[in-house]
Design a protein around this ligand. Sequence first.
Ligand code: SF4
Ligand code: SF4
Length: 383
Amino acid sequence: MFNVTCVTKDEIREFAYKSGIDIVGFASPDCLFKYRDLLTNRYENGLSCNIEVNDIEKRINPYILLEDVKSIISVAVSYNVVYEADSPKSAYGTISRTAWGVDYHKVLINLLEKLRIFILSKCNDAKTVLLVDNNPLLERAIAYNAGIGFYGKNNMIINEKYGSYLFLGEMLLNIFFEPDKKIVSKCGSCTRCLKACPGKALVGEYKIDANKCLSYATIKKGYLSDDTIKKIGTRIYGCDTCQDVCPFNKTAKRVIKDEFIPRGLKPKHDLKEILSLNKEKFQEVFGPTSASWRGKNTIIRNAIIAAINSNDTRAVEPLKSLINGESAYLRGYSAYALSILDGENSLPYIEKAYFKETDVSAKMFMKKAIKKIRGEVFEDNER
Ligand code: SF4
Ligand code: SF4
């Protein structure tokens, strides 16, 4: 075993706090093995979504990443910044707090890198692996086992001082540290998040159906169900509702962190501007944030849905351009949105697009749009 006296937990905490990490905890690398049955159950009951890695071993076994791992340091950085978002007069789409400011992956990895350098300065043979959302290990479970916070009924990790607006990161290392104590849930009889969830994704206490979660819907590619289209509202990226209603976040410490203050991308961003994004403008506005990874078309699809849900007639002009664009599913969604927002005026545009359309799903959406304008019933078997 590695010489444990080369650096202490207190020294690591002290350095971490000075460099900008808000919470630090220590967990055993074996702490995840007990989640095997829970994960099996989730997969078997269809509660996982298709961005989750289904290989259970990769989710619970840190030894795959570092053969002689002895401890996991879990770190949390609050993004509960002091910032009041403006409400524009025109229709807007909402951006989750997780995508405000600079991409948190970069911020967290820099902080972990500093911590690694500090540990190496004390223990020069230490082996480490740094993780920030870039692998399938169960990071919330690590944070819970490291005493970062308790599991809320909304499945978030809640720290009594900082609440749940926390970015998490981990360092696997071959130095043994005594694990910190877990914290039992303090939700008590509260059920605010369960009642407020617009996707009805919190299917029980501490149980989430990822397929119903609107945060997942905003990053899922392609077509969404009619039900999801209604529920997603004006969300462009992510959903914060189950955290916004949590009493622990009402009293949580607010932090001053320039890196998480919104810049080009606003928390309530003008819809017409999103609908008109070209490649260059997308890079400029979304590129520096964590909302860019799912790409321009998914963001524009969400903006089309938001325009429908907020009855934003300013969207008509960009929609007339999108109906002839490169993306088939955006052509389909644009036709449908035009039928709602512009009715009969758009019929010639939609019919023209319909006759030249070759994509089956886009054509179906266009047919649905045409029938809607003509007041005809669209049968499900016309799909
Ligand atoms: S993120 Fe939104 S949809 Fe998902 S569980 Fe929370 S409130 Fe529900
Ligand atoms: S809203 Fe209530 S039940 Fe939900 S996580 Fe917060 S304290 Fe727990």
